[in-house]
Design a protein around this ligand. Structure first.
Ligand SMILES: *Cc1c(COP(=O)(O)O)cnc(C)c1O
Length: 398
């Protein structure tokens, strides 16, 4: 039995579309989040972990060499790659773990595909002394041995899921089933701004620290001048965290960059909002744009980057897309790889392949910019995890 609920809407998107057995635990979570999101003690604790554990505020770095290379607007990089565990995912994992602790939960669970969200969850579970189970498709476990070992080192149990195709979709279903059966002691940490209400709002709030810091830092750097913002979009958490603070600043052009993979054919990319074939539908508990085939079936999407390879997108992005608040664009594998190498050589920074999609959009944007203008690119993560894969694609032996 699926329950449909109109709570937590972004325009016509979002809501709750979940099995009836999950409703009690969602209601409990919603109530707790409503209480703690404005609780000064909770916010003070969260701030403390951001500063003392994760390494916030992250730098807003003026990329002088990259700016000179393009010869247009001044380029600043928001350095989420410098955070503990190497990406923005820790912002959300810390927030949800702290909330779970306040709710008296003893265990956190998560689903993971490439393993990045699993590692972030295992990290905060270790920090807060909670038990941790990470559901992972058996096929993904085989493909991502290093992250599986990382999670084990951090004390998490990795639960292999062999149903279906043995990948992320099946791991998600298994995590939901487990959650519904362990509602008293378990919190489910979702890794992006997706899922049923209250997740998209909660994840956005925890990631909004990115945009809030940019607001302060750009004031220092340019007296507040900011013309363009760019962030990559998988489920959309680093992008919503970047844009949310500036959603009413219509003079700032915002670009959400999706993975255009190896081409426009169905199944060859992971574009949901920048793809004329996508339509809204229900996936993982919410109504939002989805990559679908002609029959309305959600398709397996593809990208060189595991973090962008998701057939849906957070519901608030679907609303921003229809309202024109953010423009969604596509960058393909080759363009992302070129941007990856360019940042390594010009600035001495190895970016995540996900973040390289955002960087690659500079190639299209910069020719039309002026030197007095300012652009901020969110560097969602560092690329150490991607070096081996990049070497393989470039035909290098390592
Ligand atoms: C997971 C991940 C992403 C994509 O997730 P969003 O929720 O869209 O932000 C982007 N960059 C990095 C480095 C990631 O690990």
């Amino acid at each position: 039995m699926t329950v449909e609920n109109k709570k937590g809407r972004f325009g016509k998107f979002g809501g709750q579309y979940v099995p009836e057995i999950v409703m009690p635990v969602l209601n409990q979570l919603e109530e707790a989040y409503e209480k703690y999101r404005r609780d000064p003690e909770f916010l003070k604790d969260l701030r403390k972990y951001y500063v003392e554990y994760a390494g916030r505020p992250t730098l807003l770095y003026y990329a002088d060499k990259l700016t000179k290379y393009y010869g247009g607007a001044k380029i600043y990089l928001k350095r989420e790659d410098l955070l503990h565990t190497g990406a923005h995912k820790i912002n959300n994992a810390l927030g949800q773990a702290l909330l779970a602790q306040r709710m008296g939960k003893k265990q956190v669970i998560a689903e993971t595909g490439a393993g990045q969200h699993g590692v972030a969850t295992a990290t905060v579970a270790a920090l807060f002394g909670m038990k941790c189970k990470v559901f992972m498709g058996a096929v993904d476990i085989e493909r991502q041995k290093l992250n599986v070992f990382r999670m084990k080192l951090l004390g998490a149990e990795v639960v292999p899921v062999t149903t279906g195709t043995g990948t992320l979709k099946d791991a998600t279903s298994e995590a939901i089933r487990y959650w519904a059966a362990h509602i008293d002691d378990t919190h489910y940490i979702i890794g992006s701004a997706v899922g049923p209400h209250p997740y998209p709002t909660m994840v956005r709030d925890f990631q909004s620290v990115i945009g809030q810091e940019i607001r302060q830092q750009i004031q220092q750097e340019t007296g507040g001048r900011l013309d363009y913002m760019i962030a990559c979009v998988g489920g959309g958490s680093n992008a919503i965290g970047t844009f949310y603070e500036f959603k009413d600043d219509a003079q700032i052009k915002k670009f959400g960059v999706e993975a255009a993979g190896r081409g426009p054919a169905i199944g060859d990319n992971a574009q949901t909002l920048s793809n004329p074939n996508s339509r809204p539908g229900v996936l993982h508990g919410a109504y939002s744009y989805l990559a679908q085939d002609e029959d309305g079936q959600v398709i397996e999407v593809y990208s060189i980057s595991a973090g962008l390879d998701y057939p849906g997108v957070g519901p608030e992005h679907s609303m921003f897309h229809e309202q024109g608040v953010v423009e969604y664009v596509g960058i393909n594998d080759k363009e992302a790889l070129d941007a990856f190498q360019l940042l390594c050589r010009t600035e001495g920074i190895i970016p995540a392949v996900e973040s390289s999609h955002a960087l690659a959009y500079l190639e299209k944007l910069m020719p039309s910019t002026k030197p007095e203008e300012v652009v901020v690119v969110t560097l969602s993560g560092r690329g150490d995890k991607d070096v081996q894969q990049v070497a393989k694609v470039l035909g290098e032996e390592i």
